[in-house]
Design a binder for this molecule. Structure first.
Ligand code: NDP
Ligand code: A1CAB
Length: 254
């Protein structure tokens, strides 16, 4: 399975690492270098193929455009003229319009991966044009499944799936940092606090997934009447914790 990349910044690199983590050989991954030194460095470090002309993606099953901003439309247009195959974009483009404008033999698909794809624990939301052909859908699913869970969603929901799965890791990182500060304030060694908190988060999430229990049921199992947990829960309510998260998602989703 050969996959190409234009843009090897944060999410492009996470996707490349995820494919390598899944056992894809470096020589099966093609990165466009152009004038981008970071792409050359990533290629050198991982024995990837370096491409300087989009036509060199010819043997790739898909090319991922992991670039943000308005330049993406131009890149996709130029790529579509020199490569005929599946084009995945992490950064936008109108699904219907881009597909209409691409030459026959090319398909445009939008994806929103999250950073845990680099260790095969990611979530990628993906949108195809309605009634996309199986020869496009199946290889895309196969590639993304190497990186974790895949959610196929209508384009109008791609933003919110991408926000909840793709932006919220940063909120969780903030929470880890804040919990660590509180642990340190109360005498825990900083270095020990991180794995303590990270394992707590992982275990809590795994329990919810394994038991198929609602969060309120799981919360109830922790909150001893008159105990310490409920005091913390009440304090979080006072501080508007849940509303802060709702507003954060809404702000990211705008
Ligand atoms: N980070 C994340 O978790 C996620 C990001 N996204 C989206 O993906 C897109 C990229 O995000 P992210 O990786 O964070 O951004 P970065 O800025 O980290 O990466 C963008 C990369 O694109 C390269 N680049 C810019 N222009 C070109 C070009 N014309 N040809 C080739 N490469 C180019 C840049 O190289 P150089 O630095 O050399 O200019 C850089 O390496 C954004 O739209 C973002 O919203 C989607 C899901 C998750
Ligand atoms: O912050 C961003 O814009 C991107 C989109 C999803 C995650 N990061």
């Amino acid at each position: 399975m050969k996959v190409g990349f234009i843009g090897t910044g944060k999410i492009g690199t996470a996707l490349v690492k995820g494919l390598l983590h899944a056992g894809i050989a470096g020589q099966e991954i093609f990165v466009y270098a152009g004038g981008h030194e970071s792409a050359r460095q990533l290629a050198a470090q991982n024995d990837l193929q370096v491409v300087n002309d989009y036509a060199e993606f010819a043997t790739c099953q898909a090319v991922v455009v992991a670039v943000g901003g308005p330049i993406i439309e131009t890149i996709i247009k130029e790529l579509g003229q020199r490569y005929h195959g599946i084009i995945l974009s992490t950064g936008g483009g109108d699904l219907t319009k881009v597909n209409q404008d691409l030459p026959a033999g090319s398909s445009f698909v939008k994806i929103v991966p999250n950073t845990p794809v680099q260790i095969g624990e990611g979530i990628t939301a993906v949108s195809f044009v309605p009634n996309e052909q199986a020869e496009v859908v199946e290889p895309v699913k196969a590639i993304l499944a190497l990186l974790g869970e895949v959610y196929i969603v209508p384009e109008k929901l791609l933003g919110i799936y991408g926000t909840v799965a793709g932006c919220a890791p940063a909120y969780v990182d903030l929470m880890i940092e804040a919990l660590s500060d509180a642990a340190v304030q109360n005498g825990v060694n900083r270095a020990e606090s991180y794995p303590l908190i990270e394992k707590m988060l992982l275990g809590t999430a795994k329990l919810a997934l394994a038991e198929h229990k609602l969060p309120e049921e799981l919360k109830d199992e922790v909150t001893t009447p008159g105990g310490s947990t409920i005091r913390g829960v009440v304090k979080l309510e006072e501080m508007n914790f849940r509303n802060a998260l709702i507003q954060a998602i809404n702000a990211s989703a705008k």
